[in-house]
Write a protein that binds this ligand. Structure first.
Ligand SMILES: [Zn+2]
Length: 295
């Protein structure tokens, strides 16, 4: 059985659509057997499955611009935050793939905590950073590659290692960069976090029957690396990973937020049209509901 992805533009404000457990887009109900996804910019997504509302790697503040004011790389947002995280309600889980601020942001975490009481999922190797960001550790699942957990709503999260140009571990050997395989609503999604291809990744994924891969496509180069900005898959590598691991749907992300670390979506779409006709791909847009269901 395959997955179908429908795109439904939603009227602003986006947060009202995300908050609603009853209607999505054009009055589409979220029921068992489907997942609804909204892109939040960069690697951030909100996912709804029934009453469960997940955030993964949301960066909904301007904290990096404040931190790097006056630096060579300015971290000025190319797009505004698509929503005020204080306005979110009903968030049941908040996942961070690693500790970098565009994935684990104290300001976003604090704002979401104003009106929500989510379970957190984060790398065990980043416990100190999670504490620093204000993650309530008493309801945090701090996990390592190779482990899986069950969250409320019959949702499972399996962690695997990611290589943000390199693998990094804490003193106990726990991986600092993770990817998550989420099983919810009968759909299996792989959010890789920040990573490049590495030996064994295809083989691991090929056994997991993944329907949809959410992969960064901003690439990497020596300049960014030399300035402490490790890179990710190129678009071509993301296409190749899906093809080799038998993943039929690719959603590219990690673009359009910082001008020194992006890919032009028009150029990316042209490459995808040219090189990925065998995949069902999309470059997400903010303000669109993506409805994933088994057919
Ligand atoms: Zn990143």
């Amino acid at each position: 059985m395959s997955i179908k992805i429908d795109s439904l533009p939603v009227p602003p404000p986006l947060v009202e659509t995300i908050n609603s457990t009853h209607t999505v887009g054009n009055s589409t109900r979220t029921m068992g057997g489907e997942v609804v996804v909204w892109w939040l910019g960069q690697a951030g997504f909100a996912l709804r499955c029934g009453k469960a509302l997940f955030l993964i790697d949301p960066y909904l503040s301007d904290s990096l611009a404040e931190k790097y004011r006056g630096s060579e790389f300015k971290y000025t947002r190319m797009m505004a935050s698509p929503l005020d995280p204080r306005a979110l309600v009903g968030c049941t889980a908040y996942l961070c793939t690693h500790g970098h601020t565009d994935h684990m942001d104290a300001q976003t975490i604090q704002a979401v905590l104003k009106n929500n009481c989510p379970q957190f999922v984060a790398p065990r190797a980043e416990v100190a950073r999670a504490r620093q960001c204000g993650v309530p550790l008493d309801r945090a699942h701090l996990i390592n590659a190779g482990e899986s957990i069950n969250l409320d709503g019959g949702i499972t999260v399996e962690a695997l290692a990611s290589a943000h140009e390199e693998f990094e571990q804490d003193e106990f050997g726990n991986q600092k960069f993770l990817g998550y395989i989420l099983t919810l609503g009968g759909v299996r999604l792989y959010h890789s976090g920040d990573t490049i291809p590495y030996a064994g990744l295809v083989e691991q994924l090929a056994t997991k029957k993944i329907d949809v891969a959410l992969l960064p496509i901003n690439g990497r180069d020596a300049l960014r690396r030399s300035r402490g900005v490790p890179g990710n898959f190129t678009l071509e590598e993301a296409i190749a990973l899906c093809r080799a691991a038998g993943i039929p749907h690719l959603i590219g992300h990690h673009f359009g937020l910082f001008d020194f670390n992006t890919i032009d979506p028009t150029a990316a779409a042209a490459i995808l049209r040219d090189q990925a006709a065998d995949l069902d791909w999309l470059l997400p847009e903010v303000g669109v509901t993506y409805r994933l269901r088994r057919i």
